[in-house]
Design a binder for this molecule. Structure first.
Ligand SMILES: [Zn+2]
Length: 183
């Protein structure tokens, strides 16, 4: 092996070592798996947790997510102060882990409302040279399509459980009959 080839092999080994060191450092820096407190204890068998579950289901459609986080934080901090569950952890749970139907429904409608406001602003424009108001066909079509989709979601109410008053009353009754503390 000539000198150049030896150097090449040495460099290669050096790079491999460096890479190995870097990987080890990265692994050491990576935080250990920390389970989500709400995911771990989200169960209707605990009356306090059931209070949270019912509050979230009942509030998701009418209350901003940030306020839900605040209310759940208050409940957890008062019932389980030693657990030190942060607002951030609760927010992460409800925005990334929970697939509560009402929460996701409310989020989708809010997103669509936000979008419809942006599109609506682009439907009509004023022509620079004439000062006339003109309608942008593409934006108008998009606007109508989003509006009709939002309307369709609300018309579909009967297919979504736990949202109509009737379904809600039935759900509460069913939950109440499962309560071991009241049996
Ligand atoms: Zn979670």
């Amino acid at each position: 092996m000539d000198a150049a080839a030896q150097l090449y092999v040495q460099q290669h080994h050096l790079e491999q070592n460096l890479q190995h060191q870097r990987q080890q450092q990265q692994q050491a820096q990576r935080p250990a798996y920390r389970p989500c407190w709400l995911c771990r204890y989200y169960s209707a068998s605990c009356p306090y947790m059931r209070e949270i579950i019912e509050y979230v289901n009942d509030s998701a459609l009418n209350i901003a997510e940030e306020e839900i986080v605040e209310q759940v934080y208050t409940i957890i901090a008062s019932k389980w102060p030693q657990e030190n569950v942060s607002r951030e952890a609760i927010r992460t749970h409800f925005t990334q882990h929970s697939v509560s139907q009402n929460l996701i429904f409310a989020r989708n409608v809010r997103d669509m409302n936000h979008l419809v406001n942006i599109v609506r602003a682009g439907v009509t424009t004023v022509e620079m040279h004439t000062g006339n108001m003109v309608v942008d066909d593409r934006m108008a079509k998009l606007y109508l399509s989003i509006v009709s989709q939002i309307t369709a979601i609300f018309k579909n109410d009967g297919k979504r459980p736990a949202l109509s008053d009737k379904a809600k009353a039935g759900g509460e009754k069913a939950a109440a009959s499962n309560r071991p503390d009241e049996a």
